[in-house]
Write a protein that binds this ligand. Structure first.
Ligand code: RIB
Ligand code: CA
Length: 346
């Protein structure tokens, strides 16, 4: 038996049981996207991250790539592929967001739309600009990785779904070759966090989210605001991680402490695990205590409800598969996993 186990490890077959993950992100300096990446890269027995693809959302693509390179350097994983994809959402623009605000009131969060898309990339605080450049072919990379491993790839979608929608439109037959998509986005019974009606990732690119929800991808797993609102991070949780001193926890402290949500200046602030909940699902899915299947769509008529999650009229997308909507969780368990991975020493 022991001999067989040794053979499996040496021959690499042990790795065959791991999830192959394509990590699609709109990461800022660290936040929830960065935490999600750290969690996965520190769980090599469970997942193998094949590539990181960058999508505009929290920040524009070149800046997002720079932040990812910085985290990869801290984790000593500089050789992992990073590729940028779309330069912006399919239809949504800064002008539309501005006009939306004028007509219907201030939006709570507009991400990269508040930033100059032509501004020079800045390094992470206290470090130099990365010397390497991201690839520019994220959409083709998604397609080729899915075709290379039919039925084996999990897409972890942590930002607007622009790159993924473009890949599905360029090569529709990859839909059935994807094992599953696990995504953070959308809201069903709770209010949005970009507009009152819509969650940020769906709001930033509603048309892209619609393409994904109407697709035939065999499994769609949704971490929307309904479950994410049950996983807040308060100063007490922040302190548990910031008390440990490693390069990753220092970055966590800088970002959540001095930027969003600013715990060091505003001890009553709240952040949410968001993308790191979706990542945790790839490692310990048992933390989810309640879920239900739903056929879902996205409201794409520009107006007050732009980007909100709505029921799918199945007559317009008869091939669409249902979404498993995550609704309940064991917070102690999932925060324990988050804290463990974030505070490890590499
Ligand atoms: O609504 C939360 C989502 O918006 C998360 O993915 C966060 O990173 C931001 O992109
Ligand atoms: Ca994100």
């Amino acid at each position: 038996m022991r001999l067989l186990a040794g053979f499996l490890v040496v021959s690499g077959l042990w790795g065959a049981t791991r999830d192959l993950v394509l990590f699609d992100t709109d990461s800022g300096l660290f936040g929830d996207d960065g935490a999600a990446l750290v969690m996965l890269l520190r769980s090599p027995s469970k997942v193998s991250v094949q590539a990181i693809t960058i999508v505009p959302g929290n920040v524009w693509g070149p800046q997002g790539a720079e932040y990812m390179f910085h985290i990869l350097d801290l984790l000593k994983r500089a050789n992992l592929t990073v590729a940028m994809g779309a330069d912006g959402p399919l239809l949504h623009t800064i002008a539309m967001a501005r006009e939306w605000g004028r007509r219907w009131g201030t939006l709570s969060y507009i991400g990269a739309f508040a930033q100059d898309p032509t501004a020079a990339v800045i390094p992470a605080p206290g470090s130099k600009l990365a010397t390497r450049k991201p690839r520019r072919d994220a959409v083709n990379l998604l397609i080729s990785e899915i075709e290379r491993h039919p039925g084996e790839v999990t897409i972890l979608a942590l930002g607007p779904m622009t790159n993924i929608a473009l890949a599905l439109r360029m090569k529709p037959d990859i839909e059935s070759k994807i094992q599953r998509i696990v995504f953070m986005g959308g809201n069903i019974r709770v209010a949005g966090n970009a507009s009152n009606a819509a969650e940020f990732n769906f709001w930033f690119d509603p048309e892209a989210a619609r393409i994904v929800l109407r697709s035939r991808i065999p499994q769609k797993v949704m971490f929307g605001l309904d479950i994410c609102n049950l996983a807040p991070i308060h100063k007490a949780e922040f302190d548990q991680i910031a008390a440990v001193h490693t390069p990753v926890t220092e970055l966590f402290r800088e970002d959540l402490g001095n930027r969003y949500p600013g715990f060091l200046k505003k001890p009553d602030a709240v952040a949410y695990m968001w993308d790191s909940l979706a990542a945790a699902y790839l490692l310990e899915p048992e933390f989810v205590t309640k879920s239900e299947p739903r056929y879902l769509d996205v409201h794409t008529t520009w107006g007050q409800f732009y980007g909100s999650t709505v029921p799918l009229d199945r007559r317009v997308a008869p091939g669409a598969t249902p979404v498993t909507v995550m609704l309940g969780l064991d917070f102690k368990r999932v925060f324990g996993l988050y804290k463990d991975r974030l505070t490890r020493v590499d």
